[in-house]
Ligand binder design. Sequence first.
Ligand code: ISL
Ligand code: CA
Length: 558
Amino acid sequence: MEQKWWKRSVVYQIYPRSFMDSNGDGVGDLNGIISRLTYIQKLGADIIWLCPVYRSPNDDNGYDISDYRDIMAEFGAMADFDRLLEKAHSLGLKIMMDLVVNHSSDEHAWFVESQRSRANPYRDFYIWRDGKKDGPPNNWGASFGGSAWAQAGPTGQYYLHLFSPKQPDLNWENPSLRQAVYSLMHFWLDKGVDGFRMDVINYISKVPGLPDGKVRDGSYGDFGPYCLNGPRIHEFLKEMHREVLGHYPIVTVGEMPGVSTDQARLYTAPEEKELDMVFQFEHMAVDNDENGRWTTNRFRLDDLRRVLSHWQTALHGTGWNSLYWNNHDQPRVVSRFGDDSTPEKRAASAKMLGTLLHMMEGTPYVYQGEELGMTNIAFDRIEDYRDIETLNVYDEYTRQRGVAPQDMLRRLHCRSRDNARTPMQWDDTKNAGFTTGTPWIGVNPNYRQINAASQIDDENSVFSYYRRLIRLRKEIDVITEGDYTLLLPDHPWLFAYQRTIPDQRLTVLCGFNGEEADCADALPFCKGRLLLSNYGEANGTIWRPYEARVYLEEGDAL
Ligand code: ISL
Ligand code: CA
């Protein structure tokens, strides 16, 4: 079987607002991205995932789109986009667009029309229902707080919004809406973009009747069972493939909260003709506790190892997964699963985490700044945060749940989405070289120590190590499709596994231990050529803080 190109690719994710500002207004933009394309090329990634750049009122930083065929004014114009695409292609970089079609902005012309009257031709582009007595049609709570229903227009009816009230859900039951979406997808693909990352795409089919959800805490019900992986999801994706995706040599990624490995196989098995890979979240929940995400709780290695290993074995040979530690919704991995307490531990643990992920099966993603070991931000005032989810949850927890403001700020320091959204740290000049103006969100003060300029030519830097990780995927076959065996499954701090094809065996040994220790357990596995390590030469069974080693055995002897 011919191997798909995106199985050997590495994705670099750009959050345009925070990547590079070219005109001093404090907001990253397309010309800024163009000026940094050679940096991504140097790193060796080959696909850029561009977070939304379409016209948007920015209630949720572009995940609320008011015109799918235009560019956000702050980011530039369509001519800038065309130049970005052309320049990227000339450097051998592909561009994957973010497709946000579970919902639009309430300022989209479709919604402006839709809310006018029940008879409006766009009425059924959205999900309108009569309220019950004096309240909304059902008890669902929205992801960003409050009810999932709001009223608009003169009819008295409610519309569904699983995210903010400015993000009304599109009605995929309506064939005209589906055709309108396919049409805008053609628009971008005909321009020559190389694929789509599809935002919460497993939310688009809702259970008819929209039944009340189970109430966990507080007053709202859980929409999950009625909206995630709903009854017509596979039908819709197959139709999308037939009408659009199958006609282009592209890559498609389904962002899918709450997807099981069985479902992921159905979404990504090539013979199903739906999507190329899933982007799932199970490993992003290992540090949750009984209160969910808003906690300072640390993860347990056992949980991380179990979840990652399960996805490795369950999809092998049948489906395809995205490998990531970070995105624009997640805290920084070095602060979360690594150790940012000293410069040495930060660099070592960033490299160790990179090793663990990049040697697995799947398509790896690097989120801007991860390749530098960028860390979480600790703003000490809620006013410094910008993210709608963060601001809403702070409000809810401090006002309704009785959590003290200082306590809540500590939780945000661990988990807020803004941890990923502080400006990219390019150099040690003012504002980390991101902008000559006032940045839209504060720069992490550690930019003087952590920045690209100081790392690019330093062969011991996190950046240089990520370059090596990315290059290995291009060079060593077993990394792409070797099968996966977990080693030492109960080890207290070593996460070890092997990947195997008939004539290559790769052994990956990653220490989640901040102290030096003797690790005799690893001895039987330290065999073959030491391909990569974050400490240079190995020192027998002595494991230095956050040491990672990758060994390769080759040939008929296996
Ligand atoms: O942010 C989260 C915490 O992990 C998720 O619950 C997130 O809301 C979910 O993964 C969906 O995310 C996507 O759709 C949202 C948008 O706010 C996110 O930025 C986007 O990645 C609504 O479009
Ligand atoms: Ca700008």
